[in-house]
Write a protein that binds this ligand. Sequence first.
Ligand SMILES: [Mg+2]
Length: 440
Amino acid sequence: MSSPRILDFECHDIRFPTSDDLDGSDAMHQDPDYSAAYVILRTDQDGLEGHGLTFTIGRGNDIVRDACALLASMCVGQSLHEITDDFAAFWRRLTSDSQLRWLGPEKGVLHLATAAVVNAVWDLWAKHENKPLWKLVCDLEPEELLQTIDWRYLSDAITKDEALEILRANKATMQERERALLERGYPAYTTSAGWLGYDDEKIRRLCLEGIAEGWTHFKIKVGADLEDDKRRCRVVRETIGNERTLMVDANQRWDVGEAIAWMRELAEFRPLWIEEPTSPDDALGHAAIAKSLAPLGIGVATGEQCQNRVIFKQLLQAGAISFCQIDSCRLGGPNEILAVLLLAKKFGVPVCPHAGGVGLCEYVNHLVFIDALYVAGETEGRVAEYVDHLHEHFIDPCVVSDAHYMAPTAPGYSITMKRESLDAYRYPDGAIWRRRVERD
Ligand SMILES: [Mg+2]
């Protein structure tokens, strides 16, 4: 099997008008149009392409798409094996280009674009190997997996030798655990009931539907108005009962003191965690909140907007989070995500990935199996986000059954979007957007 060579690429600005129904609305983002900067890497092998995306919520998605094009152009001319044989060096080239890095480094638009391009490379690799991505990773030897990670900035928190030990121990028992995990799936929770823009009746109805579908963990948005939050938490707690779990998410709305005071008021509803209580960059602020809320039995969760592995390292070192929420499109692809999974394992913090948006559940579906089989080595205390939006646009959408993610089976990273969806939702010239402009 000769190694495919990347010949050229396409980058698209894809947007879905989700703000019409307030799907995805929270205390900071009142009207998201779920969007994707979408990359296709074309090769010299017939029909073999790598697809990748990063997630945004509308305006500015074109800027990310343009950044994707800058980075994708750095892949052109390389064979897949030239990249994957020293994957960390490739990743370092993308993230540390001597001029482009000034726009980051490893944060913001440029790092979102890094995710799209790196995700596309992994998709290409997995398709070429004819395996779903989680299986490709789990079949790597521990040393091979470690050589995909850029270890710069990590050695004060975890060494390569420590990581090797974690992976070797899990590799030895992987086979016997794999069968049971594939049968049961990976535990998931739903956010579909709790968007801030939904009224009480809709929340109650969606919770009841969720219970009927087997969901045991429900997350709702808070942070805009305390009395409103109390009412909505009460609606959910009354509907889901005491035996099910409630989580709340403030989407960075509060200052540190405000977060503590607000959550003391919501403690009576017994949330498992408060998610994103304050700025995602504020490691010490999260630590202060975690310390104050621990006696109330409320953990702190964050990560969906943590820009890179260094912030995760600090959050873990500072004891600032009880739940580590990796994001498949905010971190720079599986290379960096693997580093954060290993850090979380070292510090004994469960990884509960952020998902939803467009394509995030498809990505997370692979990442949770990698974590459960190869890094954490278990699912205990872990639950991955699931939101029932926009899956119909993917050729190989995630499968959730009885509140569990089931392992993907198709080759690749499950993100290939249907051509008709790419064409219809391309901004601003796709049919969906042209029609809206005419209507308005
Ligand atoms: Mg969130």
